[in-house]
Every structure is written in C-alpha cells, then in structure tokens.
Design a protein around this ligand. Structure first.
Ligand code: 1HN
Length: 338
C-alpha cells in the first residue's frame, strides 16, 4: 500500500494519475448528478427581484437578473450542470442594451405586459407565457415602454458553450440595434404554415423568435378536450423549428404541458435535467421521493435520472427546458416511465 502511495506521489510530479483509483467516479453505473432537486417560490423571491430594481438600473447592470443557483453547484451561477437560469427585471422606461454572444438564450415571460425584445433586427412585444428565443450570435436588446415592471425567466446554455471553450461576446455600438423588419414579420414568414418561396436561412435555430402563449395554450386545450393524455406527462408538446421539425434551438429543448385538474401522473425519468416553470395552476412535483408544491411562476429543477411524479390540484400549465437536443444528437438520451 505504501509502495502505491509513494508511486502515486512520484508520478503526480509528472502530471500522471492511476486510473484504477478514479475509474468508478469517472464511469459511474448510473448518473450521479451534483444538481439537486430544488424549488424557488415566486412569492418568496419576487420582493427581492423588485428590490434589485431599486438598487441598480438595467443600464448599469447590463442585465438585471437574480441568478437561480443550484445548491448542489455552489458558486457556479448554474441551475443544472448544463444550464444557466435567472429571473430578469426590466422597469418602465429602461433599456437593456444590445449585445450578442455565442450562448443561446430563451425567455419565458412571467409578469407584465408591453415590454419588447429585439432579436436580429426585429422587435416583439412580450406577453406572459410567451416563449422567446435569442439564437447564438444574434443581437438582442430589451426595453420596457409600458407602465409596469416586467419579469421573465431566462435560460441559457452557458456551461455547454463553456465545455467547448467556445465563448464569444460583443457589444453593439449603440444602445439599441437597428430595426430592419416590421413587428410580426417573422411570424408572417415562418409561423403561418407557409414559408417564402425563396429564402436563405443560415441558422440551425428556428426563424420564429416569439412563440405566443395564446397559440400554444389553445393547442394544448384543444388536444386535451379531444382526449390526448399521457399518463406521466399530461398533454406535453415541444416547441419546434418549423423549417426542420427539430428543436427551436440546437442546445436547449423547450416544452409546454397541460395537466388537467386532479392529474396524478405516473413516475418517469430521463437523463436530461430539466427546469420547470409554472405558467398557471397549482400542483406538486415529487422528485426522487421528495415533494415540492408549486404555484404560478414557481421554478423547480429535476436532476438527471431522478424519478418525477407530477400532480395537479387545478388545471395547470408548465413550461420547461432542458439539454435534451444535445443528448439526442450525441446518442445519450435515456428515458423511462415507471
Ligand atoms: C444575457 O445576454 C441575458 O440578454 C440574460 O437578457 C442573461 C446570462 C448570462 C449571459 C448572458 C439577456 C444572461 C445573458
């Protein structure tokens, strides 16, 4: 044993290490996520979000966000080992100035009407429940021309891009980017079950950048009324890129699901850790045996391969996002219903 310890010390000077001492940690029998199950109650954190608005302007902060940091990933600014998430506030009259970066971002709007985000030359007004994307390397800025604070949930693929050391960011020379197309242009071009006869779309990400809640919510309601129902997930749909049928963004999968009042879902699990946000209703998520009760705008995390059991005491809508597209592309995704 002493011989070995001495050997390890001597080889460490040459930056060598014996695999046999770390093999089980490197290749565990099943996922052992550092990410912990966790729920943030919106009622509890909303006062802090508003307080941040009295302490710093959006301009000074660049982005005024309270990061949702997973307790299993201290000092990481991450919500799962593959994803970043936070709650962003923009007050009436403020502008969050334009920039772009290689990280892809999503927004899920929680409260307030009438703020806009501009992405790649077009503005869209944000309404609660809207799902908005900011694809990699697209200019984006936000502004609030309404009379009320606007809060949304951000999700970014920060650690995925960091894994590859492929981070780039750039500031736009002015506060707001040049607007090149009228509001609603992308929707007319790409979200009307048609597409322009000739076009050039260079990105993998969807050309649609606002998926309005009214549209998605109505689809879920119609399908539920007609009897669509998954025993584990209720009526769950994924947001797509209409050009390919693939994911809205290449690194982050996004979903919206409707649970009927009284839903008691079967336990299920998957290797993609997911962030859920309640759009409406109330219910509970039992994650690896631990129960979390959720209501409007609460956010909770389900770690990789932990059993999830969803129930709803009122008709409820959950938005969620995960690293599923990456795992699928790499033949890594596993899922099962118990
Ligand atoms: C970012 O650009 C935004 O544009 C929000 O609203 C959060 C977190 C990390 C890096 C960039 C935004 C972000 C971010």
């Amino acid at each position: 044993m002493n011989d070995r310890a001495d050997f390890y010390t001597r080889i460490s000077e040459c930056k060598l290490r014996p695999l046999w001492e770390v093999l089980d940690d490197l290749i565990p029998d099943e996922p052992k996520p550092k990410t912990q199950a966790m729920l943030w109650r919106y009622d509890a954190i909303r006062p802090f979000i508003l307080e941040s608005g009295r302490l710093i302007t959006a301009q000074e902060a660049v982005r005024r966000v309270l990061v949702l940091e997973n307790p299993g990933l201290p000092d990481s600014s991450l919500i799962t080992s593959a994803l970043y998430s936070g709650l962003q506030l923009i007050l009436p009259g403020e502008i969050a100035s334009s920039h772009r970066h290689s990280q892809s971002a999503l927004r899920f709007i929680l409260e307030g009407e009438g703020a806009y985000t501009a992405v790649d030359g077009e503005r869209t007004i944000m309404h609660p429940g809207d799902f908005i994307i900011t694809p990699s390397w697209t200019w984006h800025d936000h502004g609030n021309e309404s009379q009320e604070p606007v809060v949304w949930l951000d999700g970014l693929d920060v650690p995925i891009v960091a894994l590859f050391d492929a981070q780039f960011a750039e500031r736009y020379p002015e506060q707001m980017q040049q607007i090149a197309r009228a509001e609603g242009d992308s929707e007319a071009r790409w979200a009307s079950n048609m597409q322009p006869l000739t076009h050039e779309h260079r990105r993998r990400a969807s050309p649609i950048f606002n998926y309005p809640y009214v549209t998605s919510r109505a689809a879920l309601a119609k399908l539920m009324a007609d009897g669509m129902m998954d025993a584990a997930r209720g009526v769950k749909m994924r947001y797509i890129n209409p050009l390919t049928g693939g994911w809205a963004m290449p690194t982050i999968g996004t979903f919206l699901q409707l649970l009927p009042k009284g839903f008691a879902g079967r336990p299920h699990r998957a290797t993609d850790a997911a962030v859920y946000c309640c759009a409406e209703g109330e219910g509970s998520a039992t994650i690896a045996g631990k129960r979390f009760d959720w209501g409007p705008h609460d956010v909770f995390v389900v770690p990789s391969w932990q059993m999830l059991e969803l129930s709803a005491s009122a008709e409820s809508v959950l938005f969620s996002f995960s690293d599923r597209p990456v795992q699928e592309a790499l033949d890594l995704l596993r899922e099962e219903v118990a």
